[in-house]
Design a protein around this ligand. Structure first.
Ligand code: GDP
Length: 369
């Protein structure tokens, strides 16, 4: 019998058969891992090589235990989400776990969205989306963890709502939670030396404890990995490309029915039916959308993926999943969201299809902009 292997990142049992399931690693990567004694599942490997600050990744059981702790505590819960990947950064069922504790919703990476966008409109949009998920935050705030001058308001709000209690900061990986915590530490002078870690009961998860003035603590909790994020399907270099670094410049395309837009080789958008209309792409400025005819699009993709259509890079095409298709009938201004990559805004009624690597979500939401 073959020896069972476990990912040294998240503890999942390693398997090479099912790319969209826990513990998947391509056979070639497994062999390399065995040779140097470090076997990771694909998603841990990729996140690990992408992020400088490595998050602890969680098994589902551990994560559930962590969430249960939140319900038992008497605390303010600060839920950090990535405003560029809002759907990908929601924690499913969070509202059920927090109990009576208030939730402060923090939309991070606001620097990526066009500056022309009014903050009030954005927080209102976040409130509606949170309510759809059953989450009723006491307040909603936008931040950019990269900018130290954005922290004052966050710290004020935390003080306002915690009312002398502990604070738990929660979020899925890659939303910028570590960056944010580091900023908080920097602003709370002298605290740096006092940080300790301790474990959540019944888990192997460390929380970081940052003492607050009145003897309470701010706890940084490990981030859960969101399985539908594009990040799990890409190499390090490509991740750098798909994750926008600065304000995204929307690009508008006037399309006729029967036209297709490729977002590199990562995603595809088909305009199937409807009047000629503008479509707006919101993706990293490093990804060039490519327009072609719908009837030729399959063939075009086969021929050009890894070449004209990058990412993925040529050496990654073999391991790159096929694109899966989702069709939508659109009635009003709607975003077609490719989890973690960005979105295309459909401005008029239309029938469209969004394609993304198998396992990555394509979904619709009320247009953000
Ligand atoms: P964590 O996994 O939630 O702890 O996320 P990290 O703090 O490691 O951040 C993930 C990535 O997002 C890193 O590449 C950060 O540089 C980037 N990042 C974090 N905060 C911001 C922000 O406010 N704006 C932008 N543009 N990028 C950010």
């Amino acid at each position: 019998m073959e020896e069972e292997l476990f990912c040294i990142g998240c503890g999942a049992k390693i398997q090479t058969e099912h790319p969209n399931e826990l513990g998947y690693t391509p056979q070639s990567a497994l062999e390399k891992g065995l040779a140097n004694g470090e076997v990771y599942c694909q998603r841990c490997f990729r996140l690990r090589h992408y992020n400088e600050i490595q998050d602890v990744s969680l098994t589902d059981d551990d994560f559930l235990r962590l969430l249960n702790e939140l319900g038992k505590a008497d605390a303010l819960i600060v839920n950090v989400v990535d405003i560029f990947d809002f759907n990908g950064s929601l924690i499913p069922g969070l509202h059920r776990f927090v109990g009576d504790n208030p939730v402060l919703l923090v939309g991070n990476k606001v620097d990526l969205l066009p500056k022309s966008l009014k903050r009030g409109k954005l927080t209102q949009w976040m409130r509606e989306r949170a309510h759809e998920e059953g989450l009723r935050p006491v307040d909603i705030l936008l931040t950019s963890a990269r900018k130290s001058n954005e922290m004052a308001e966050l710290l004020e709000k935390i003080e306002e709502y915690r009312k002398g209690r502990d604070v738990f900061v929660v979020g899925v990986t890659n939303v910028g939670k570590s960056t944010l915590i580091n900023q908080i530490i920097k602003q709370t002078a002298g605290v740096q030396d006092l940080i300790t870690t301790s474990q959540f009961p019944g888990t192997t998860l460390d929380k970081i404890e940052i003492p607050l003035d009145d003897g309470q603590f701010l706890f940084d909790t490990p981030g859960i990995i969101h399985r539908h994020q594009m990040a799990h399907y890409l190499g390090k270099k490509d991740l750098k490309i798909i994750a926008p670094h600065k304000e995204i410049k929307p690009k508008t395309y006037q399309l006729n029915a029967g036209q297709t837009l490729f977002l590199g080789g990562l995603a595809r958008f088909d305009f199937i039916q409807g009047d000629r209309a503008p479509f707006v792409t919101y993706v990293s400025n490093d990804i060039d959308p490519h327009r072609t005819k719908l009837e030729k699009a399959d063939e075009f993709y086969q021929k050009h993926v890894g070449g004209l259509l990058q990412p993925p890079r040529p050496d990654e095409v073999a391991d790159f999943p096929d694109l899966a298709r989702f069709e939508f009938s659109i009635k009003e201004k709607t975003d077609i969201v490719f989890a973690g990559l960005g979105w295309v805004t459909v401005t008029k009624p239309a029938v469209v299809a969004g394609w993304a690597p198998k396992g990555v979500d394509v979904l619709t939401r009320k247009a953000l902009i």
